[in-house]
Design a protein around this ligand. Structure first.
Ligand SMILES: [Zn+2]
Length: 278
């Protein structure tokens, strides 16, 4: 979700509107088969190319119903998955891990391979403390217009770097910015990964540092068991995510929620296990 390049960062600052416009342009141009981004989060299920030159746009419902990607994983009981993208960050990630530890909360970290090579000790710590380490490509490259070979390279290089650091091979993948198409999904699948997006009703926008209150509200909005909350353990500038976590972790714990990994949600759904009071 969060943008890495300087140009992209400028684009982020103008917020969801720019993103929405960008998504619309992609869709109108028939360039994106299934682009779903955080703030835009349109799914745009009805968008199709009027000229009929490209395949009809396939939205969330199509891929979700086929089990090719997940946005949330409805389960019995009060368990949700906090996910953190784009790390590790040498300062913020350890602080987040400390905080999660205080509440016995587990989370899923979508890591770029390059940063796993830079900060292998933090990736190792994530795994050792019971969190899930997951694949977010090697360089945080946008994959929509990449060739299959380029997609495979980004995913497999990240797999190797993360596995080397964590001692465990990721089984989950989140494409940068949430942009994907059927090729991205199939290459991911061939590499043994399930593609994981996030619950659109939790618009935290924490990458844009919109204020702690905004992030808190985004997380607390209509919480349901099996939700997947998108957050970032690396942001450009001073993070507000940690202060938001200080509010939401005790609040949701008090309401009886537990914080589990995405794979735990998937297992609970498949085995119909109730995750309450784990
Ligand atoms: Zn990202």
């Amino acid at each position: 979700m969060r943008h890495v390049g300087a140009n992209k960062r400028k684009k982020s600052i103008s917020g969801g509107l720019a993103k929405l416009v960008l998504s619309s342009v992609l869709i109108l141009a028939g360039m994106g088969q299934a682009a779903a981004s955080g703030e835009a989060a349109t799914g745009a299920a009805s968008a199709s190319n009027a000229a009929g030159r490209t395949p009809a746009f396939k939205g969330r419902a199509y891929y979700e119903s086929r089990g090719e990607a997940v946005w949330e994983i409805p389960v019995e009981g009060k368990a949700i998955a906090l996910t953190f993208d784009d790390g590790p960050d040498p300062v913020d990630t350890p602080a987040i891990l400390d905080l999660l530890g205080q509440y016995g909360a587990r989370a899923t970290f979508f890591i770029t391979g390059k940063k796993a090579e830079q900060y292998p000790g933090i990736v190792r710590r994530e795994a050792l403390e019971g969190h899930e380490v997951a694949n977010h490509t090697y360089t945080h490259r946008m994959l929509l217009h990449c060739t299959d070979a380029q997609i495979r390279g980004e995913i497999s290089m990240a797999q190797k770097s993360i596995a080397m650091a964590a001692g465990a091979m990721p089984v989950l993948f989140r494409p940068p910015e949430g942009f994907f198409n059927s090729r991205v999904l199939s290459v991911g699948r061939e590499e043994g990964l399930m593609t994981v997006l996030w619950s659109w009703h939790h618009a935290t926008d924490d990458w844009a540092r919109p204020g702690v209150g905004h992030i808190v509200k985004g997380i607390l909005n209509d919480v349901r068991g099996g939700d997947i909350v998108l957050l970032h353990d690396y942001v450009s500038g001073r993070t507000q995510t940690i202060d938001a976590l200080r509010v939401i972790l005790p609040k949701l714990a008090e309401e009886g929620y537990s914080f589990v990994t995405v794979s735990e949600l998937l297992r609970a759904k498949n085995s119909k296990t109730n995750l309450v009071n784990r």
